[in-house]
Design a protein around this ligand. Structure first.
Ligand code: FES
Length: 217
């Protein structure tokens, strides 16, 4: 989300403060580190701030985290602007992250991108006018075995193609997200053609082998 793109106009909130519940969670994160090392909690605190802010990280939230951790604000900005998981501008209710790295590309990520752009009427980096969808391109999501992969908020949808992507977008728009995972029903990352090992009878129990061993001695 830190990748360059059109710069929609949006307002930065003037202030930010954790809710009492998030403040407790933040303090629990800080307590995991030795005294004087509270800056180590910067990532989970920024993540909390992003979730509380509706999926993006306002500057005021980074300033708040800096103050809470006793860090110079610039050090927190460096973290917030480095990791692409932090969004520096508002995103739609569904953040669509299409992986286009080589394995996904070889397995048809171009069709996934085209389906998203056609169905939603937006280009990469843009958000639909109704605020429902933001579309971004990302590098490997670590699920290459089930390529191509589209991440929707925190969920992965795998083994996609153009029509399956359109169906998924329709379901999201209807507020009825399907279960995440392989859209072709593949079990986890099992071979697409079904089991290739452990397909025969189970091996003889270990007890048989030990009896044989006893006869030999
Ligand atoms: S290349 Fe797409 S998940 Fe790895």
């Amino acid at each position: 989300m830190n990748t360059p793109g059109p710069s929609p106009v949006f307002e930065q909130p003037e202030s930010f403060e954790f809710t009492p519940e998030n403040r407790k969670l933040a303090e629990a994160h800080i307590a995991k580190y030795p005294p004087g090392r509270q800056a180590s909690a910067v990532l989970p605190l920024l993540h909390l701030a992003q979730v509380q802010s509706g999926g993006w990280l306002p500057k005021a939230a980074m300033d708040y985290v800096a103050q809470m951790l006793g860090m110079a604000p610039i050090r927190v900005y460096e973290v917030g602007t480095f990791y692409t998981m932090f969004n520096l501008r508002p995103v739609g209710r569904y953040l669509l992250q299409v992986c286009t790295t080589t394995p996904c590309w070889l397995r048809g990520s171009d069709d996934v991108v085209a389906a998203c752009e056609r169905k939603l009427g937006i280009a990469m980096g843009e958000t639909t006018a109704d605020g429902l969808f933001t579309l971004v391109e990302v590098e490997c999501l670590g699920a290459c075995v089930n390529a191509p992969v589209l991440q929707v908020n925190n969920d992965f949808y795998e083994d996609l193609n153009g029509p399956a992507t359109e169906k998924l977008l329709d379901a999201l728009r209807a507020g009825n997200p399907p279960p995440p995972g392989s859209v072709i029903g593949r079990q986890a990352s099992a071979p697409i053609t079904g089991r290739t090992t452990l397909t025969g009878l189970p091996a003889k129990p270990a007890a048989d082998r030990s009896r044989r061993n006893r006869k030999r001695t």
